[in-house]
Design a protein around this ligand. Structure first.
Ligand SMILES: [Zn+2]
Length: 184
């Protein structure tokens, strides 16, 4: 990324699901924005047509395990198997992985790293939290985002209310400030 370019990396975890993921895709398209979707394998299996829309619109796909496993509570063997199960749902291999809950053991990370980059985030929108309002979610996102930030939203039912409010406003706010939204 050239130094003069202002860019943000929007990421969406836990989809694909009908309506919510489609809302995200429409919003991104409206602002010519590209993002990265860390998909749950079981959701890809259930909603292949939604997954195909993500790919068709040129967004990046990442692996988020097949069953949204918490690495801290899972044996390395089961964790790795679950990641492979997610990979099997994807028509093209992905080099990106995000651990659900951000929780992964060192021993698990070591085994993933040869084939995938582990991508965390620096801006947590909190969209999934029932304790924050849509407006707080938006303001928090604006306050903590810098050029180069990786911003975490969710295309999930739990996050829907906050995300559907905060995402379009975030796109609008940063687009007006000259930012681009790039895929990882
Ligand atoms: Zn997740």
């Amino acid at each position: 990324m050239p130094a003069y370019e202002k860019a943000l990396y929007l990421t969406f975890d836990d989809g694909p699901i009908p309506e919510v993921t489609e809302f995200v895709l429409d919003a991104l398209e409206k602002y010519q924005a590209k993002g990265t979707f860390f998909c749950i394998g079981d959701n890809v299996r259930k909603h292949p047509h939604i997954f195909n829309k993500i790919s068709a619109q040129g967004h990046t796909i990442g692996n988020h395990t097949f069953n949204h496993l918490n690495g801290w509570r899972t044996t390395d063997e089961d964790y790795l198997t679950n990641i492979l199960q997610c990979d099997e749902q994807l028509p093209k291999a992905t080099g990106l992985f995000r651990p659900p809950y951000g929780r992964i053991k060192q021993s698990q990370a070591r085994r993933i790293l040869p084939s995938k980059k582990i991508v965390m985030w620096d801006v947590l929108t909190g969209d999934f939290s029932p304790n924050i309002s849509p407006d707080t979610c938006f303001k928090k996102t604006v306050k903590y985002s810098r050029s180069g930030s990786i911003i975490l939203f969710h295309d999930s039912l739990k996050a829907r209310k906050n995300m559907e409010y905060a995402l379009p406003l975030t796109l609008d706010y940063f687009k007006n400030k000259g930012y681009k939204f790039l895929p990882l």
